[in-house]
Design a protein around this ligand. Structure first.
Ligand code: ADP
Ligand code: SF4
Ligand code: MG
Length: 353
């Protein structure tokens, strides 16, 4: 089928991706009593050279999605196509070749780096698995080049992780992610563990590296304000599924899913006048457990727009009708039955169903 107008060829296509962890009871005789639906039907596309931001509250399945994308785990169901080929069934040499091209940067630079290894060994470790990328004699120079690229002194290669600050450690993690010259980097909350003052520096570094190395990013965050600076498109995740996706400006200026509207209303606004006029939506209730996802629309227990229909019918991730005529089909999708309604903030927000 021909791609819709305005949509680039995807380097990564994800369809119907699920990861369910068995929920067991009993210590000796374990019985499966249910499943934690950590990732529960994710569809997404990543175009070459673009940054897709994925945002959602803690526990909504972001890290599980990241691990599936880089093949650290296998999905329960669904496909991940890299340049058109489903990589979920690959093994052996074919899998190794694909893994080289899709690398991960982890959330917590304090625990992700082995404290007993030197920085040189940490960054060069991927070459042990892929010696074809750098023969032994070239590795020291390659590692020094990578340190330089991420803004660290190339002479630091004999130091240990504890001798670095959090921001510097994340730079080491990024250098390691770049070692094999991947095409895609999945960055799982790469700045969440860092001081606010260094967050922007690391985001700027990733931004610069994207141009320099022609990278495509999946950039995960729990806060919409962080991904705004770096993303071309944004996907908002709730309980294992993407509930709204669209171009950066579409999501920020015309959010159509009530969950996105609530998340955006909590983003700090620097301008005091704009702040005063802003509508604040307070989400009530806790996020339901992924072992017990509500029927119909999974957001309905916290949604102030929820009606009868929402309890019975799952809203598909579809283009809001109001936007169909004047926007490209790829511009904006929302998994809400009432996405085309004008956004009105309730006087007393709270779940209806
Ligand atoms: N290996 C696992 N076994 C069982 N449950 C898991 C496992 N990994 C994650 N989960 C559960 O899946 C859900 C999503 O977790 P995660 O992907 O870490 O979310 P996020 O990164 O958005 O905080 C959580 O409820 C978490 O407890
Ligand atoms: S489908 Fe219903 S419950 Fe779900 S977001 Fe829309 S209005 Fe809220
Ligand atoms: Mg996480």
């Amino acid at each position: 089928m021909a791609e819709p107008a305005g949509r680039h060829e995807a380097i990564l296509e994800v369809r119907g991706l699920h990861k369910h962890y068995p929920l067991t009871q009993g210590i000796v005789l374990k019985r499966q009593v249910g499943a934690v639906r950590a990732v529960d039907g994710v569809d997404l596309d990543l175009a070459a050279g673009e940054t897709l931001g994925i945002v959602g509250e803690s526990g909504c399945g972001k890290s599980t999605l990241a691990r599936l994308l880089v093949h650290l785990e296998r999905p329960t169901a669904g496909v991940i196509r890299y340049k058109g080929e489903d990589i979920t069934k690959l093994s052996g040499r074919a899998l190794k070749a694909v893994r080289r091209n899709i690398q991960m940067v982890f959330q917590d630079p304090y625990t992700a780096l082995n404290p007993r290894m030197t920085v040189g060994d940490i960054i060069g470790e991927p070459y042990e698995i892929h010696p074809e990328v750098a023969p032994k004699g070239d590795r020291r120079q390659k590692v020094q080049d990578l340190l330089d690229v991420v803004g660290l002194n190339p002479e630091y290669l004999n130091r240990y992780p504890h001798q670095f600050s959090g921001g510097q450690r994340q730079r080491i993690g990024i250098a390691r992610g770049l070692a094999l010259r991947p095409e895609i980097i999945v960055a799982d909350e790469p700045v969440s563990a860092l001081d606010v003052s260094v967050q922007a520096q690391v985001v700027n570094l990733l931004d610069r590296l994207q141009d320099e190395f022609a990278l495509s990013y999946v950039f995960i965050a729990h806060d919409l304000s962080i991904v705004r600076h770096i993303s071309d498109r944004v996907g908002v995740m709730y309980l294992g599924r993407i509930v709204e996706t669209g171009k950066d400006a579409e999501i920020y200026d015309h959010p159509t899913h009530p969950y996105t509207q609530a998340l955006l209303s909590a983003v700090p606004v620097p301008d005091p006048t704009a702040r005063e006029h802003r509508e604040r939506i307070l989400l009530t209730g806790d996020v339901p457990s992924p072992a017990n996802i509500p029927s119909g629309c999974r957001f309905r227990t916290r949604c102030w727009k929820a009606r009868e229909r929402c309890a019975h019918e799952v809203p598909p991730l579809a283009v809001p009708a109001a936007f169909r005529d004047d926007r490209s089909p790829a511009a904006h999708d929302s998994a809400c039955h009432f996405a085309q309604e004008k956004h009105v903030v309730p006087v007393e927000p709270g779940p209806v169903v």
